[in-house]
Design a protein around this ligand. Structure first.
Ligand code: 8Y7
Length: 259
């Protein structure tokens, strides 16, 4: 899965259409590099970020989805927590919902159900404003797994099909370096639930903590984390660097005799 963020700082100035053009071009580039899915997001969930209004989020993502849908048959994931954005994205041709709040916002579960699309449920401790202040767990693997299974059960009770659910431990979302490493070491426990597992590790601050590197110098570390996740059974790996990750995975597959 390639990351396509549509979250410029000043989206409402005269540069708006240029931003949309650039986002579409970047999405098509990631598709050509081998991404099976593009994850399109209009709300920054980085630590400390504040949320845009729903109108602004719609204005950012819907034109990009429409244009990518016209231009290619890449699978499109909408990265949103908003019921309204889920509905509009599905109508514009999105194929999947990625909700870092696991359908907890009012109306989100109902909207996801209406779309009939698969949904990635992600674990987060706290909210993006405050989550990295003092994350705390007794047993991070057990707690994240229990939360995701509970949420999956609630979604299925509401009518979502088992086949439509994907689970994600939410690396960096209310987790310190030790928590993130424990979750990655224990990823097979989540894989053993039988739900497909998705991970996002690309260029995250755990690599800053581990290596002391700035975000632009975290590709080698990101590839190591992507490989570690894949070896433990992750089915969807959300990355910024598609071409490099495809090379790493093709190499891994050759070694493992998968191709
Ligand atoms: C993740 C994510 C981000 C992740 C899922 C970043 C939207 C932060 N990370 N969605 N989104 N899993 N499912 O650094 O780990 O890319 S945004």
């Amino acid at each position: 899965m390639g990351v396509l963020n549509v979250t410029p700082d000043s989206f409402w100035d005269g540069g708006r259409y240029r931003h949309i053009d650039a986002a579409v071009a970047h999405g098509l580039k990631l598709f050509a590099e081998g991404a099976d899915i593009l994850d399109i997001g209009g709300e920054s969930t980085r630590p400390g970020a504040s949320a845009p209004g729903v109108e602004e989020e719609l204005q950012r993502v819907i034109p990009v989805i429409e244009r990518l849908r016209q231009a290619s048959d890449v699978a499109i994931s909408i990265d949103t927590c908003s019921a309204e954005v889920m509905r509009a994205a599905a109508a514009a041709g999105a194929n999947m919902i990625n909700d870092v709040r696991a359908l907890s916002r009012p109306g989100a579960l109902g909207a996801a159900l209406e779309t009939g699309l698969p949904v990635c449920l992600m674990h987060m401790q706290g909210d993006p404003q405050t989550m990295q202040r003092r994350p705390a767990y007794v047993d991070v693997v057990a707690e994240v797994k229990a939360f995701l299974l509970q949420r999956a059960a609630e979604c299925m009770a509401a009518g979502l099909a088992h086949d439509c659910l994907i689970l994600d431990p939410g690396f960096g979302f209310g987790k310190n370096l030790d928590h993130n490493l424990s979750l990655l070491r224990g990823l097979e426990e989540l894989v053993a639930t039988g739900f497909p597992v998705m991970v996002g590790l690309s260029r995250k601050s755990m690599l800053g903590d581990l290596l002391g590197r700035a975000v632009e110098d975290r590709l080698p570390g990101s590839l190591a984390l992507a490989i570690a996740a894949r070896q433990r059974g992750a089915r969807i790996v959300r990355v910024h660097d598609v071409a490099a990750t495809v090379d790493a995975f093709r190499t891994l597959e050759a070694v493992e005799g998968l191709m």
